[in-house]
Design a protein around this ligand. Structure first.
Ligand code: SF4
Length: 343
């Protein structure tokens, strides 16, 4: 029977910033998002739009270099499975047991670079066994047996031998699979995947995406997938959030986003993707300019210097309203202020 659709994680009004020699950077500037059990939310946008900082803020992995200044990140997992109440991850003791249980337990995370999470001087087996013992309470022997099963499940050939390999002895794709095995070893309710296939060749990328999809179907896991690749979005997403300069500028179910993008930034991103058979021999449109530094945020709508539809005297002065079209669709843009409900 289909389980009811309910948010597993809700982010509201999130602001995350970093101090630099040139001033405070507002990397995430008021993000609202929700991730549902069994669904995939793709967060898309160019580099520097705040996607990764949003993802890392969920697990409080930004607090060495920056700080979360405002907002709430509500975990509904305990309430959904009847073991507790919803709570704000930001209110947890940063060194406390509950945050430790969330990291790698309730929430698994995989990064673009396996080097960001695999320890180079420990075998992948040792890293898997340790994570399994922390989060599942298995003894050493049982954890090792489970580790072999997991390496097999993520498609690492000859896992009984490979379990004793060091990361440098494995290919990039194998390391990525080992990292996925570690992220999934406690059967997380939510997997956060931050550009996990960007550095891989297309064949390995397709295999990793298949793997995430099949594991998701098996465990009814929610997935938050960070990417700049709209092809990956089309393949994986149920819902999409488009980010620009620290804000979610458009949210939509995936089919609606591709069929009828609302925000000029989303339209420009989609127009810059080649379509087989249509774009042979013609130059693809590009978005003029680059994402501005969050240190020098443009006034009004932060996309206005690059926006072909910008309304002079309005978009350069006023922050755009968020227009709610219903059915999970929103866009932050003045062009729609007479449609839907504005906030
Ligand atoms: Fe373009 Fe104005 Fe809409 Fe911003 S608010 S996306 S500048 S039309």
């Amino acid at each position: 029977m289909e389980r009811p659709l309910q948010p597993l994680l809700e982010i509201s009004g999130l602001h995350t910033g970093f101090d630099t020699y040139d001033g405070r950077v507002r990397a995430v500037d008021g993000v609202d998002l929700a991730v549902h059990a069994g669904r995939t939310l793709c967060v898309v946008g160019e580099s520097g739009c705040g996607k990764s900082v949003t993802a890392r803020s969920i697990l409080r992995l930004v607090e060495d270099a920056g700080s979360i200044d405002a907002g709430a990140i509500t975990w509904h997992g305990d309430a959904n499975d009847g073991t507790g109440e919803p709570f704000d991850i930001l209110s947890l003791d940063p060194r406390g047991k509950r945050l430790q249980r969330l990291r790698g337990g309730d929430i698994g995370m995989i990064f673009q670079e396996p080097a960001a999470s695999l320890l180079p001087l420990r075998t992948i087996g040792a890293q898997l066994v340790e994570t399994l013992r922390i989060h599942t309470g298995l003894d050493k022997k049982a954890a090792r047996a489970r580790a072999v099963e997991l390496l097999d499940a993520v498609g690492i050939p000859d896992p009984k031998r490979r379990i004793d390999a060091y990361p440098f002895q494995l290919s990039g794709g194998m390391c990525q699979r080992a990292m996925i095995a570690i992220a999934l070893c406690a059967n997380p309710s939510l997997l956060i995947a931050d550009e996990p296939t960007t550095a891989l060749d297309v064949t390995t990328q397709a295999r990793i995406l298949d793997l995430i999809r099949s594991l998701q179907a098996e465990h009814h896991m929610a997935v938050m997938f960070i990417t700049h690749d709209l092809g990956v979005v089309a393949e994986l997403a149920d819902e999409v959030a488009v980010m620009y300069l620290g804000r979610v500028v458009e949210r939509a179910p995936v089919d609606e986003l591709f069929a009828d993008p609302k925000h000029p930034y989303t339209k420009a991103l989609l127009a810059s993707v080649p379509v087989l058979g249509r774009d042979r021999g013609r130059d693809l449109p590009t978005i003029p300019g680059a994402v501005p530094s969050p240190l020098h945020r443009p006034s009004g709508c932060s996309f206005h210097p690059r926006c072909a539809a910008a309304v002079a005297g309005r978009c350069d002065t006023d922050a755009p309203p968020e227009v709610d079209f219903g059915g999970g669709r929103t866009a932050e843009c003045v062009l729609y202020e007479t449609e839907g409900a504005s906030t």
